[in-house]
Ligand binder design. Structure first.
Ligand code: PMP
Length: 418
């Protein structure tokens, strides 16, 4: 029935059926969701305090402890994407004026520095060009600067970056060091050995981003003395985006307890989340209506990882990445990360070949092969193509498919208008 009350009509687009094409997601994430995980997310809802949901959360907690290789009690999933986990980590740890050291060799360090600055931290950046990693020496003392290349361009809110020499733990005495294990914008796998001990020697907590690497490359939270570790649901775990595993060591938990001020977010306040996740020994209380279906999916993603076994998962990713790298070289493409040991097994970067427009290559793969790969991001934008093989998508068959599609693209897109 027509009515004069409504000034905004039902949108025409919404009256059409939902359109979601089939696509093989071989970019830096998300990766395709296998039927078991999709089905879990499609189950009927329950309430956020129903015992069956609390049980699923308990399953998630032990699944994360396994994936992270940690016994930390303060282990849970944030209701939000990977960015939400970066914010949760920093805003619970950092208070106004706290010195924070951020290792920046790609976009994730840039983003962490931006977030820490918004929290009023005194942020110092250690800079490396995209494609490179940090040695313990870089982190402890002096990292020789590389001049004002494009990689030192400031992100939003990042105004004064050092151009020549940056200094590390000794000079700045930070309370937290942020570093990225799997730098998905550049394809670098950061070696973590010894960093936890080093940080602790300097009274600093080690915060590691493993969104793009968890399950694809070895990481041992307790043995490597990592204090805060977080990841995402949509990469190797093959669940939809929207929930982010995170864990805090006893050192990190105590630092949160010693805060003089409340964390500036209620939603991400770790006191509340610890209680809702049953980490504090108190009766569990409602905090927010969690993304319950996302938790069902995350549970199944973690269950599949547990069934496969971490070591098998690392090995799959290693072998398929090696096959991909060899195939890319055979196509005449140049790998962006020079040293094999620091190549991220989940996301491989190749330089955009001369005489090609990277956007055309990507569009060609989407249009002709229904395969999604990606261009660079942040400091690697325009320089690289990124090919992801994560979780169930990391198969020899998918390597063959993407190599075949790229070979065709290299034939058809040459001498495109640049
Ligand atoms: N860190 C890394 C290493 C990532 O690859 C990503 C996602 N590409 C994020 C953080 C942010 O995660 P999200 O997009 O889920 O917010």
């Amino acid at each position: 029935m027509a009515s004069n009350l409504l000034h905004v009509l039902p949108p025409k687009g919404l009256l059409q059926p939902l359109a979601v094409p089939e696509r093989l997601l071989l970019g830096p994430g998300p990766s395709n969701v296998p039927p078991r995980i999709l089905a879990a997310g499609g189950r009927q809802l329950l309430g956020p305090m129903h015992p069956e949901v609390l049980q699923v959360m308990d399953d998630i907690k032990v699944g994360i402890q396994y994936a992270f290789q940690t016994q930390n009690q303060l282990t849970l999933a944030i209701s939000g994407s990977g960015h939400c986990a970066i914010e949760a980590a920093l805003l619970n740890l950092v208070e106004h004026g706290d010195p924070v050291l951020v290792a920046v060799n790609g976009i994730w360090g840039q983003r962490a520095a931006d977030i820490a600055r918004r929290l009023g931290a005194s942020v110092h950046e250690l800079l490396k060009p995209p494609g490179e990693y940090f040695t313990p020496w870089d982190i402890e003392e002096v990292s020789a600067g590389h001049g004002a290349g494009p990689w030192v361009q400031a992100g939003p809110g990042v105004s004064h970056l050092p151009l020549c020499f940056t200094q590390g733990l000794i000079r700045h005495k930070p309370s937290v060091l942020f570093i990225t294990h799997g730098e998905s914008s550049t394809g670098v796998l950061q070696p973590l050995e010894g960093l936890g001990k080093l940080c602790h020697r300097h009274g600093c907590l080690l915060l590691v981003d493993a969104v793009a690497s968890l399950g694809g490359a070895p990481i041992f939270m307790d043995q490597q003395e990592i204090d805060i570790l977080y990841s995402g649901s949509q990469k190797v775990l093959n669940a939809p985006p929207g929930s982010a595993p995170i864990s805090f060591s006893e050192r990190a938990r105590k630092k949160i307890l010693r805060r003089k001020t409340k964390p500036p977010s209620f939603y991400l306040d770790m006191h509340w989340l610890a209680n809702y996740w049953g980490c504090d020994g108190e009766p569990r209380r409602y905090h927010h209506t969690a993304p319950i279906n996302s938790f069902f999916s995350l549970r199944e993603g973690l269950a599949m990882l547990a069934e496969l076994g971490l070591e098998n998962s690392w090995e799959h990713h290693r072998v398929n990445c090696a096959q991909l790298c060899q195939g890319l070289r055979d196509l005449g493409l140049e790998l962006f990360v020079k040293e094999e040991v620091t190549r991220l097994p989940t996301i491989t970067t190749v330089r955009v070949p001369e005489g090609y427009n990277w956007k055309e290559i990507i569009a060609f793969l989407t249009d002709n092969y229904a395969i999604d790969i990606s261009g660079g991001l942040g400091p690697s934008e325009g320089k690289v193509l990124r090919i992801g093989l994560m979780g169930c998508n990391s198969t020899s068959r998918n390597v063959d498919r993407v190599l075949h599609a790229l070979q065709d693209a290299l034939r058809c897109c040459h001498h495109s208008k640049l």
